[in-house]
Design a protein around this ligand. Sequence first.
Ligand code: ATP
Length: 755
Amino acid sequence: MSAFEDLGVLPEIIQAVEELDWTLPTPIQAEAIPLILGGGDVLAAAETGSGKTGAFALPILQITYETLNNKAVVNIPIEEKKQDEQEQESASVKWNLNDRDKDLAIDGLVCQSRSPDWSGVRATKGISSGKYYYEATVRDEGLCRVGWALKKSTRNIGTDKFSWGYGGTGKKSTESKFVDYGKPFGTNDVIGCYIDFDQEIMGFTKNGENFGTAFQFNSKLGIFYPALLLKNAEMGFNFGESPMKHQLSGFKPLSEAELLEESNVVVPTTTNNDKKKNNNNKKQQKQQEQNDNSSNINKKRTPLSLIIEPTRELADQTYSAILNFSKYLLEPKIEVSLCIGGFDTKRSAGSADGDIVIGTPGRLESLVKEGAIDLTNIKFFVLDEADQLIDENLAIVNFIYNKLPINNLQVLFFSATLHSPKVVKFCEQITKNPTWVDLKGKDFIPDLITHAYVKADPEAMQPLWRDSGNPLRMKTDGVHNQDVKEFGKLKTDEQKSEAIKLLKAQLLLKVIKSFNMDQAIIFARTRLDCDHVYEFLNAAGGRLNDKALEGDYPCAVLHSDKATNVRKENLEKFKSGEIKFLICTDVAARGIDVRGLPFVINYTLPDNFEDYIHRVGRVGRADRIGLAVSIIGAHQEKVWYHINCRNKGKGCFNTDLVEQRGCCIWYDEPSLFQPMLENLGPVELNAEFKLPEHLAESKFGNFKDRNAKKHLEYQPHTEQLKSRVIELAHLEETIQVDFLSLPKRVLSKVDSMST
Ligand SMILES: Nc1ncnc2c1ncn2[C@@H]1O[C@H](COP(=O)(O)OP(=O)(O)OP(=O)(O)O)[C@@H](O)[C@H]1O
């Protein structure tokens, strides 16, 4: 049995992941999948590259599929469930399993529908005389309508002349005439339904408040059954087997009535299944939608899951992963929408109304504002890289969250770094008793990653950067165009700063060459820096005057100035190996998954420890080893910081410091590197820009291939076993020779015994 099966994952999903060579779930998947399938809010912190995408995507897909297929399980806490079962056992009025719409789940006296369509049910028995009362409690908000119906009505109560209902939006209805009545109701409200055959009236109460007669009816019509209609909601019932919360005086609990049951009645058309056949019904359905204020967006599907990703690349990656995981989930096929800036919204079937919607904050915000996404049925709200979303897009996340149905919502937070007080506070605000899955503690980094650094020390490394005739001279950011005309003895901070900028590019080449890097992500601080590194590597790769200078460095840039399709194309080329070096800002720091990538270079350090974790987490993924090399300026560098800049840096030459209303800061890499030094024990590359001997030879050897590690690990092992294996081979030979030299009669006896 596959371990994914043990977690309750559907065979169709297992088939898809097995094709990706996922035979066993990763630890985060093993922990989170059952929790999500079980129905709770989950906050999951696990190291980079540990399979978090699958941890939320697989259960979401599964529940979405089951919901669409009406296999949704009613998630009722065990204790409540037992009680409900006992009540149902003894209840004389029950919900009729044979007289319900397929999307309506019945669990004792609890009914639930997770469908975006209306689903109805009638009780097994009804009444035709007396004055009776029953109660319905809203357990999970959505749209509900309760009341009475004859057998000859449809299950869509309130839409024909044989059924009468009162809905959560504060309207009563029969024959599809929706009229204001009483008050709206929602979660935990107790609705009393009463009927008086003497007066031929029926009415409703809310938490004991009687709203008076809702309908007059003809008592000769037949047997009146309790009836219910739900849309993505849950209600619990009491027909009188336990004490009523607000028993209406003059009325008796329904269970005390002489209960009647019609036999041989043909169950009329259902609410949803026969919509196509029943145009009339369809019209009523539409009117009902409008009356219930649900949504005026008439779409094929209403999304059940909303996944927010911080960047377009991540959203696209998750979109592709989900399409892949869902390829064997057919009938119905799950529709997945990708909503990111720069692209037309796309879905496997064409528009922004998939069952699962994945998007970036800005794009989703506009779609919600335009009313282009119907959020009324959202069941899953997922924040991937949650801490980044909360840090950078809290207002948008809040805006979207406030549009979601609060009840019946599962909130999932995933990241490698989920522990900052701001994030924890927000998590607590929007989740209900969440389960923390914290596999490795705070900000854990996989031990498959080796952290190394080289100090860019312009004094000690003068020959590397001073040669002004070097055709491979880095173009710097221009901050020192005015204050560094010559370097002299490197006295001023500005001179050192500019020298570091020249030096870093040379060190980058040294590092690439010394590790024979054939694929790496290079992180730089700004878009401008990325562009300059790109030009530099291109020049080094021989595209300067068509002359090969250093080697071949096919590279591309990934930052927010690039058009989305260019970013996507560059990333895809990098993933396919066509491009060897991807130079990016932190836009690619999180989540981007490049199979087997061995190297990350921090050309500039990020300004916080969390981002460092995410950046280096591009390697050491899915059990593969990786090396992260940081090039650290030995002094502060003065760099652009256009935080207050009107033009966001375009055409800006204000080199004053931010404190002086300028656009520069002193970037202090030696200090920024302290937390990494303290927490990760990075090693300094030696004079040949290589790892210290003990690391290079023993632990990791060749970073390019995980198998190299295996080889290194297994080699001593096979050496140890070698003599034993030889000994065993000799023994076997001796035994065989001995056996063959046995007397013939013994041999034939052995022969006959073995046949
Ligand atoms: N059960 C599994 N078995 C084998 N490989 C897996 C499994 N789950 C995920 N992977 C692979 O591991 C890699 C990392 O997965 P994923 O991108 O989901 O990591 P992550 O935890 O989200 O990382 P990050 O924090 O960087 O976003 C992917 O290449 C994925 O295909």
